[in-house]
Design a protein around this ligand. Structure first.
Ligand code: SAM
Length: 246
């Protein structure tokens, strides 16, 4: 999957993406990440990219010309994976469904990181294909948001995670939060691991995990249960079998 990231801070994106999962995905060839300096689109000797907002007000705004030029240069020379998405608090909210969509397209995508007060609206209106938000928070720039998108998508690419099962079974994979995990020791400071996990009975373990995932989701994210149309009768029964009233 090819991903192009346009940013004023290429080192910030590139540095993070050299280690751990993203670094492995790049070295393994599953992720073709191309980090682009937005200043490459600047035509003045100071390489400036921002200016004061028309109408007054605090802060600076990324000018359209350098942003258009930086993107169009790449598009002409190497082609650009689309959709090109502007990272913005006003964008479509990222969730695991959006992440899966980005990966499923197969052809990759591009991310544009804003800074300062944001980018000139003409970039949003005429250059990008959409806007993406990582949640109802305001970051100083789009770089951290781009890294969130990169990490969430790269880990779904075949061969990137060590264990192919891990992405299939985790939170949001079927509209539920994941069950809790435990590892050695079986008892730590008097807190014991649930007995069922030491039983060696895979069927019992699977049912317990399913019940825990359902219970957690009911307690913490009832909106997710609602979004999947409530609990099925077998799920109500499973919860009852594990001592939880619904
Ligand atoms: N003035 C803007 C507003 O109130 O919506 C905030 C601009 S923010 C300080 C600068 C840049 O950070 C944005 O252009 C965007 O690229 C990025 N950014 C901030 N919060 C974000 C979020 N929740 N999701 C994605 N990108 C975000």
């Amino acid at each position: 999957m090819r991903v192009d990231v346009f940013t004023l801070f290429p080192q910030a994106v590139d540095g993070f993406c050299q280690v751990s999962l993203l670094g492995r995905a790049r070295r393994g060839g599953q992720l073709d990440l191309r980090v682009r300096d937005l200043r490459a689109g600047s035509s003045d000797p100071h390489r400036s990219v921002d200016d004061a907002p028309f109408g007054g007000g605090p802060g600076m705004v990324l000018m359209p010309e350098p942003v258009f030029r930086a993107v169009e240069q790449v598009e002409q020379n190497e082609g650009l994976p689309r959709p090109l998405l502007l990272l913005s608090p006003a964008g479509r909210r990222l969730d695991q469904g959006v992440v899966r969509e980005l990966v499923a397209s197969g052809s990759g995508f591009s991310l544009l990181c804003g800074r300062y007060e944001g980018v000139d609206q003409r970039v949003a209106d005429h250059l990008v294909d959409g806007e993406l938000s990582i949640g109802d928070v305001v970051l100083a720039g789009g770089e951290a948001a781009a890294l969130v998108v990169l990490e969430a998508t790269a880990r779904l690419l075949p061969g990137v995670l060590g264990n192919a099962e891990s992405a299939a079974d985790e939170s949001f994979s079927d509209g539920l939060l994941e069950y809790p995990h435990y590892t050695r020791p079986a008892e730590f400071r008097g807190w014991k691991v649930p007995e069922v996990l030491l039983s060696g009975d895979h069927g019992r373990v699977a049912r317990w995990r399913r019940a825990q995932g359902l219970r957690r989701t009911l307690e913490r994210r009832p909106d997710l249960i609602e979004a999947r149309g409530g609990l099925r009768p077998d799920e109500v029964q499973l919860l009852a079998d594990h001592g939880y009233d619904t």
